[in-house]
Design a protein around this ligand. Structure first.
Ligand code: PAD
Ligand code: ZN
Length: 363
């Protein structure tokens, strides 16, 4: 039997989101229906609402979530009703060219639910990142559910489902930060601060945080930045070089997604250093640079899709580190809010007032 629940829907480009009744089908083969316990508000939800990802409105927003498996498709054997899970948007297929080469974190054919959730009038919804978890219940592919230790509260665990994992992974997986590295992170929202926390976890010696908002820099220091730079007042590239013996950082992580900050990242790294772009640009953005700089500086220019994470490998491990007090995931939660407050949370995000607002649902 399908169920009807409340969900946060973006109906058209740029319009405020609305709370709508949505229809969530009974799970079919390979699917799981999950009772959502908590779901963080990520900048990517705002990108969807603004039409920056694609035009497949209406969207059911929300994709950073933890919950409980409510029911399962007939063939699903690796999950049980009642399992505590983080939802992921990388349910690897196992058969695409990336998976077959042993690089499943690049999987090009990730699984989502086959059936669509709809509005009451039957209009099909596009769930954000194939999840759609600003809703009491959502339908996903069973592989999108990653079991973790239920000792971690949902408003904390859910954050690994997107932004925090993207940031941690940008440092640990994509950037390959290791003991003794110098690291700079440009843009210290939830994603950038997670990159800082990841760099610290990996043993970076110097971590330079760059933002245009002093409140964000204060937080960044809390997560492990050894130096903070307000790039409204100080030249970011100069400041990063100064903090790294005049050379630039081994790994520079851009966590905004803008050409001007990417250029800063490019020039703020040491020779043969690595740039990781984890911020998501919009389709209209372009970059013009002398080609010789690309050759002359060597190193690696990488993008980080979801922190190159493998949910089955990374989520349980990071939850364990959190439970041991070695990864302060709880400090990313600025506030918990109700499902009707997502639009207000976008506004706060826009004004830099929060790292993460997290919608908490009645259990
Ligand atoms: P956020 O809005 O919370 O943080 C952005 C931060 O950048 C804020 O602290 C701003 O003050 C700061 N900032 C803005 N402009 C500048 C500037 N010119 N110079 C320095 N700092 C600046 O967003 P977020 O942390 O939730 O997300 C950051 C990006 O990461 C965003 O583009 C989002 O879509 C992307 C993302 N990527 C993935 C992925 O898989 N690659 C996953 C999740 C989110
Ligand atoms: Zn996200």
């Amino acid at each position: 039997m399908s169920v009807q629940v409340q969900g946060v829907v973006a109906r058209s480009k740029g319009a405020p989101v609305s709370l709508e009744t949505i229809v969530v089908p009974d799970p079919g083969p390979g699917e799981a229906r999950v009772r959502v316990l908590a779901c963080g508000v990520c900048h990517t939800d705002l990108h969807y609402r603004e039409g920056g990802i694609n035009d497949e409105f209406p969207f059911l927003l929300g994709h950073e979530a933890a919950g409980i498996v409510e029911s399962l498709g007939p063939d699903v054997t690796d999950l049980a009703v009642g399992d505590y899970v983080i939802l992921n948007w990388r349910a690897v297929c196992g058969t695409c060219r990336a998976c077959l080469r042993g690089r499943p974190w690049y999987c090009f054919s990730t699984h989502n639910a086959t059936q669509r959730m709809t509005l009451l009038d039957g209009t099909e919804l596009s769930p954000a990142l194939g999840i759609g978890a600003f809703a009491d219940m959502t339908l996903v592919a069973s592989g999108q559910c990653t079991k973790v230790d239920p000792a971690a509260p949902p408003e904390v665990a859910g954050l690994l489902g997107c932004g925090v994992m993207a940031g941690l992974g940008a440092a640990i997986n994509t950037g390959g930060v290791t003991r003794g590295d110098t690291v700079a992170v440009i843009g210290c929202g939830g994603v950038g601060d997670a990159a800082i926390a990841g760099a610290r976890l990996a043993g970076a010696r110097t971590i330079v945080a760059v933002d245009i908002d002093d409140r964000k820099l204060e937080k960044a220091a809390h997560f492990g930045a050894t130096h903070t730079v307000n790039s409204r007042r100080t030249d970011a590239v100069e400041a990063i070089r100064e903090a790294t013996g005049g050379f630039g950082a081994d790994v520079v992580i851009e966590a905004i997604g803008r050409p001007e900050t990417y250029e800063q990242a490019f020039f703020a790294r040491d020779l043969a250093g690595t740039v990781v772009l984890v911020g998501v640009p919009t389709p209209d953005m372009t970059l013009e640079m002398p080609l010789l700089e690309f050759f002359g500086r060597g190193g690696a220019l990488k993008s980080s899709w979801y922190g190159d994470c493998l949910p089955s490998r990374d989520f349980p491990m990071l939850i364990d580190l959190y439970l041991q007090g070695r990864l302060p995931l709880q400090d990313f939660v600025s506030e918990t809010i109700g499902i009707a407050d997502v639009e207000a949370a976008f506004e706060k995000m826009h004004h830099g007032e929060v790292l993460r607002s997290v919608v908490v649902f009645d259990a």
